[in-house]
Design a protein around this ligand. Sequence first.
Ligand SMILES: Nc1ncnc2c1ncn2[C@@H]1O[C@H](COP(=O)(O)OP(=O)(O)OP(=O)(O)O)[C@@H](O)[C@H]1O
Ligand SMILES: [Mg+2]
Length: 261
Amino acid sequence: MIQFKRVGKTYPNGVEALKQVDLEIEQGEFVAIIGLSGAGKSTLIRLVNKMHPITEGELIVNDVAVDDTLKGDKLRKFRREIGMIFQSFNLIMRTSVIKNVLAAKVADMSFMRSFLGLYKDADKIAALSALEKLGILDKAYTRADQLSGGQQQRVALARTLTQDPKIILADEPVASLDPVTANQVMSDFKTVNKDFNITVIANMHHVDMALNYADRVIGIRQGEIVFDGPSSKITNAILKDVYGREITDDDILAEAPKEIV
Ligand SMILES: Nc1ncnc2c1ncn2[C@@H]1O[C@H](COP(=O)(O)OP(=O)(O)OP(=O)(O)O)[C@@H](O)[C@H]1O
Ligand SMILES: [Mg+2]
């Protein structure tokens, strides 16, 4: 379970990105976060794995307090249970799919072993099995840059699965994909969510896709949660409240998401 209690986030430059966020997410939920550019979507998910520290309130993830005491080995162990997927896939393009998936294990290996590519058999089996689960086992020895965008995102998802995560955080995972491929990738997320009971929290610019795939939608406006409920309860009036104006799907699709790391 993920619990936000009156959580606030102010960046060192003084930008107050999140205010008084109260939120509980149960294990196995599929949550989409929607809102305008700059609303605080990325900030919200980056707090969960302490990519950015909270500056106010209390955050508890799987019974671990995500605070100043969470550091070093404890933080590394904590992060192993949380996968992260980005819009840009973050693959090493000039190397094979299998090596990209195995890259998730490099953090646990000595430099020499990873340099020489001496992966453990158990890791190789885990990597192949993750590729099989996502239906791209036949691409294991293909170079990442020879895959389509959708296949590349599947590889990123497979890499995350080898971590055996309890939670997957996805920051605009389909933003750079065409609608058909984007739907395929969202189905992959849904499969992973339902078959392995992994909590998925995904930032989405495409409202229609958020509604189609997520069980629960959270709408953020200027750092505050203005809607939190089942996808089926979303109405045009709610969307107007989240986005602060009348919107159409084209409107949302036209907005170019930017990644701030
Ligand atoms: N690392 C950072 N340092 C300072 N300010 C930041 C940082 N990251 C985000 N912000 C600011 O915090 C606010 C929320 O940003 P955030 O990236 O969470 O929004 P977002 O909803 O993900 O937007 P987008 O849809 O464009 O990705 C914005 O005003 C942004 O400029
Ligand atoms: Mg963002």
